[in-house]
Design a binder for this molecule. Sequence first.
Ligand code: NAD
Length: 289
Amino acid sequence: MAFTLPTDIKNRPVAVIGAGTLGRRIALMFATRGGLVRIFDKSHEAGEAARAYVEEHVAEVAAGIDGGEPGRVAVTDDMAEALLDAWLVVEAVPERLDLKKDIFGELDRAASPDTILASNSSSYATSEFIDQVRHPERVLNIHFYMPPRQNAVDLMSDGHTDSGVFDLLTRELPFYGVYPFVAHKESTGFIFNRVWAAIKREALAVVAEGVSTPEDVDEMWRINTGLAAGPFRMMDQVGLDVVLDIENHYAQERPWLPEGPRELLKTYVDAGHLGVKSGQGFYPYDDRA
Ligand code: NAD
């Protein structure tokens, strides 16, 4: 059946596929308008942890959104049940292309004909995983940062996305406290991630070249921007292995990027210093929570 834009959005659920770090945060944002969010994860523990996370934070986050109202969250290990009558599905499973391809094939087969299918992938354009999808006009990237604190999102076409999908999401997402920005063409890293990548890369370069130290760069950042966490502190939070993977991905596409930042990151990763999660990165961490 041909794709038509979903209607009666306020009374239909949103489904989130994958309940990890980002999935539960995405579910939280869609639970702020009084409706139902269904979470599907193949891990029962992850699903239940996501439910607890949403229930703990939804009242506070909804209170900060104009017209917000705490909604309900349901967890299931049955994808078809999660998708039932959903107007939007956001996929947030691990960053593996083969997995995303299979999931999008499955979503396209099982979702209602008017369901919008979005991926939260950090580094893959949805054009890369639609080969099993019959209706690519309903597929796009909706890339979240770190809700509920960082609520700008990138929207990006898979090359076939119906223009009405962008209009609808641009209109609807702010009701959930989420602020969309459309990438006008395909772009690895979308919009803001590329800007942030350039900041990280240059911060790493000044240290790799022996010009400064992580502590001094972060302290100058704090004084000049008024923001507490500088680039090195932020990279420690994300994980230096993840930061290196991201930079390697950019470098595959843009071979002219300098190697110094990647070499510096690699010395930390090879030493097992991955940031907060390993107890040591650019800074030491006693509390790994
Ligand atoms: P995560 O590892 O924390 O969570 C992934 C979840 O998916 C897990 O709960 C896992 O059980 C579940 N899962 C695995 N296979 C599944 C399947 N076949 N069906 C259903 N559930 C399945 O990962 P994350 O950090 O939340 O990242 C998810 C996606 O979001 C990735 O594409 C990532 O690139 C993107 N992303 C992550 C961040 C971040 O800061 N972590 C930011 C933006 C985007």
